[in-house]
Design a protein around this ligand. Structure first.
Ligand code: SPD
Length: 278
């Protein structure tokens, strides 16, 4: 008999993955942490039943949430990640030689520990000497931070429960204050097929705070609907083009390229609509 795990979206939508085995399951103070070996996508991390990442397609999400903002900034030295306890974003950040310090602010120590034990290919850079890990609430942390980070990346779970506050206007105001005068931030903002009103509201908040805002897309097969959006806010730099320094540097990637950076901002009409103020 086949064993399945599923992410339930609603009464009418469920994504099922057949699994060889459940590798780890725990209830932390914040959520259920599940790691399973799926047949199609390899090892998978789920938080409260939602797919966070898989060994087979994680590169798409981690590269696009990281290299877009880091390549918009000409010289990112200090970078913060809110959430992202699996370490995938940190791994990508450290590919940038300019980065001297990366601070991971993750509320749930259990996610970091389980990822270090069971997902070494994703969490491998968490032990790098440039990385500081703080087990704190990212919302509180940024409230008390000013003019400190060149880039901030919000690698959150879905906007339910503990992550809800990471999509509020007040939080984006804190992000703006915590950035340096030419800072850039990016966040995952869910599926344009399934979360339209949500994306509209988030984009409206970001564009009311940041002088330059953008929405961009990537294909992530294990996320609901397969099409995923990211929002980016910048104080001075054009977000649609990688800074010229980076075209010379080059970084080892499997999904992100300079051309793809620009192309990811070319939106289908039904997504572009979500960014237009009426
Ligand atoms: N519905 C999935 C949204 C998950 C976004 N965060 C993933 C964490 C991977 N580092």
């Amino acid at each position: 008999m086949k064993q399945w795990i599923s992410e339930v979206q609603s009464e009418d939508l469920e994504l099922r993955f057949s699994v060889d085995s459940i590798v780890h399951s725990e209830n932390s103070e914040f959520q259920n942490i599940l790691i399973a070996d799926t047949v199609e996508y390899g090892r998978m991390l789920l938080l409260d039943g939602a797919v966070m990442t898989t060994v087979k397609d994680e590169f798409v999400y981690h590269e696009m949430i990281t290299h877009v903002p880091l390549n918009v900034h000409p010289m990112p030295k200090k970078v913060a990640v809110i959430g992202g306890g699996d370490g995938g974003v940190i791994r990508e950040i450290l590919k940038h030689e300019s980065v001297l310090e990366a601070v991971l602010i993750e509320i749930d120590e259990g996610v970091v520990r389980a990822s270090q034990k069971y997902l070494p290919e994703i969490s491998c850079a968490l032990s790098d000497e440039r990385v500081t890990i703080l087990f704190e609430d990212g919302i509180e942390y940024l409230k008390n931070t000013e003019n400190e980070f060149d880039v901030i990346i919000i690698d959150s779970t879905d906007p339910i429960g503990p992550a809800e506050g990471l999509f509020s206007k007040e939080f984006y105001e804190s992000v703006f204050r915590a950035l340096t005068t030419d800072g850039v931030f990016a966040a995952q903002t869910e599926s344009p097929f399934l979360n339209r009103e949500f994306i509209k509201a988030v984009y409206a908040s970001i564009s009311s705070i940041f002088p330059i805002a953008g929405l961009y897309l990537a294909s992530i097969p294990t996320y609901p609907s397969g099409l995923w959006s990211f929002a980016i806010g910048s104080k001075i730099y054009d977000v649609t083009r990688p800074h010229c320094r980076h075209t010379v540097d080059g970084i080892a990637t499997k999904y992100y390229t300079q051309n793809l950076h620009e192309a990811a901002f070319v939106l289908p009409r039904f997504v572009e609509e979500l960014t237009i103020k009426k």
